[in-house]
Design a protein around this ligand. Structure first.
Ligand code: TXA
Ligand code: MG
Length: 352
C-alpha cells in the first residue's frame, strides 16, 4: 500500500486534507495523526475490521484494548454504559487533554476494540488537528500509539513513517508532540479510581478532584516481576526498549556523574558503543563521546517530550550500552520513570 503523507499547518488548517483523512477513516481505512501526547494510529472504533487492521499494522496482540478518541463530550454517553458523576468532573477539568478514562462499555462498542473486555477506554485529545479529523470521520476513532509493537511511541511524523510506511493509507504530520508521553489512564469502572498509566496528569492533579485515588501496583514497579500483573493489558508487554541495554544510575548527583563517567570510560575502552542519557543541567560534566540531553529539569515538558526520540536515536546510532540519570526531580517523574524503567528492563545501578 502506498502511504500518503500530508503536513497540516495548525495556524491555517488544510480542511481538504482533514476531509480526506475523515473519508479514509469512514471507509474503514487507517490514518496516523498527531495528538498532544504521541501520534495515534486511527481507525473506526465501531468497526471490527478496522480494529483488526490496526492490530495487523502495529503487529500488536489483539487482546490489548484500544482507546476510543472523541471530539464532543456527548460521545461519553454513547460509548459508556454508566457514566459516573466523577467522569464528568474529570472531563470538565482535564478534557480536552491527555486523560483516558476507563468506563463500562455500551453495546455499540465492539469487543474487537476493547480486546474482549467489558470496559472501554475513552479520551478527548486537545490537539486541534486530531479533533478535526475525528469530527470529519463522523465516528469515534480507535487509536493506539502509531508505533510498531514494542517500539517507543512516536513523537514526530518521521517516527511514524519509520514504523508504518506502507501499512496505513495516510500519515498526517502536525509537528512534534507537545507532551511526548502517552495519556494518563484512570480506571473508573471499579470501587476506587485507579491510575493504570501515569502521564502528564499526575496523581496530585487527580487528588484535586477526587478524594481517593490509587495507583495500580504495576505502575510503581521497579522490578520486572511487579509489572506482570498490570491491569491495563498493554502495560504487560515489552515496551519502548531500544536494542541497546539501558542502566539507570541512581543516587546523589555528584555520585551519579562520577559513576557514569567511570562506567562509560570502561565500556568505551572495551570497544563498546556507549552513550549517556542526562538532563541539560549536568550534560557538561560527562566525559563520554555520546551524550543525549533530554532538556532542562526545570521545564515541565522538555524531558518528557524528548525521551522517546532519544530511545529511537540509540538504535539509529547502534548504541549498545546506555547509562542514564534517574529523572526523579521533575513534576512528571512518575510518568517518565515508568517508561524509562521499562525501557531499561528495570536494571539500576546504585551510584557510590
Ligand atoms: O496518549 C495516548 O493515550 C495515545 C494517543 C494516541 O491517544 N494512545 C495510546 O494508546 O497510548 P495505546 O494503545 O498505545 O495504549 C493504550 C493503553 C494500553 O496499555 C491498553 O492496555 C490500555 O490503554 N487500555 C485500553 N483499554 C483498556 C481497558 N478497557 N481497560 C484497561 N486498560 C485499557
Ligand atoms: Mg502504545
Amino acid at each position: 500500500m502506498k502511504t500518503k503523507v500530508v503536513t497540516i499547518d495548525r495556524e491555517h488548517m488544510d480542511m481538504d486534507a482533514i476531509r480526506e483523512a475523515g473519508e479514509i477513516l469512514a471507509a474503514g481505512g487507517l490514518v496516523a495523526f498527531p495528538t498532544e501526547t504521541v501520534y495515534g494510529l486511527g481507525g473506526d472504533g465501531l468497526k471490527e475490521n478496522a480494529a483488526a487492521r490496526i492490530y495487523a499494522a502495529k503487529g500488536r496482540p489483539s487482546d490489548n484494548p484500544l482507546i476510543l478518541h472523541i471530539a464532543e463530550l456527548s460521545a461519553l454517553e454513547v460509548l459508556a454504559k454508566e457514566v459516573p458523576e466523577l467522569a464528568y468532573r474529570l472531563a470538565e477539568k482535564f478534557w480536552p487533554g491527555p486523560l483516558t478514562m476507563i468506563l463500562k462499555k455500551s453495546e455499540i462498542v465492539p469487543m474487537a476494540t476493547t480486546g474482549g473486555l467489558s470496559t472501554v477506554a475513552i479520551r478527548m485529545p486537545s490537539d486541534e488537528i486530531a479533533r478535526e479529523i475525528i469530527r470529519a470521520s463522523g465516528t469515534y476513532i480507535a487509536a493506539p500509539s502509531a508505533n510498531l509493537s514494542g517500539r517507543p511511541s512516536p513523537t514526530t511524523a518521521e517516527h511514524v513513517v519509520e514504523d508504518l510506511s506502507g501499512r496505513v493509507e495516510m500519515i498526517v504530520d502536525g509537528g512534534p508532540s507537545d507532551i511526548g508521553l502517552e495519556s494518563s489512564i484512570i480506571d473508573l469502572s471499579g470501587d476506587v479510581p485507579m491510575i493504570l498509566r501515569p502521564g502528564f496528569i499526575t496523581k496530585e492533579d487527580f487528588e484535586q478532584i477526587v478524594a481517593e485515588v490509587e495507583y495500580d501496583k504495576a505502575v510503581l514497579a521497579t522490578k520486572p516481576q511487579d509489572s506482570v500483573v498490570a491491569k491495563a493489558p498493554g502495560m504487560k508487554y515489552r515496551h519502548y526498549a531500544p536494542q541497546g541495554q539501558i542502566y539507570i544510575v541512581e543516587g546523589e548527583t555528584d555520585a551519579v556523574v562520577s559513576t557514569i563517567n567511570e562506567l562509560s570510560a570502561k565500556a568505551a575502552e572495551a570497544g563498546v558503543r556507549v552513550a549517556v542519557l542526562c538532563a541539560e543541567e549536568t550534560k557538561e560534566r560527562y566525559t563520554c563521546d555520546k551524550i543525549f540531553s533530554l532538556g532542562s529539569l526545570k521545564s515541565e515538558k522538555e524531558i518528557s517530550a524528548h525521551l522517546f526520540a532519544a530511545l529511537r536515536a540509540f538504535d539509529t546510532e547502534h548504541i549498545t550500552v546506555i547509562y542514564s540519570e534517574s529523572f526523579e526531580n521533575t513534576k512528571l517523574h512518575q510518568a517518565i520513570m515508568n517508561r524509562l524503567r521499562k525501557a531499561a528492563g528495570y536494571q539500576t545501578i546504585q551510584a557510590k
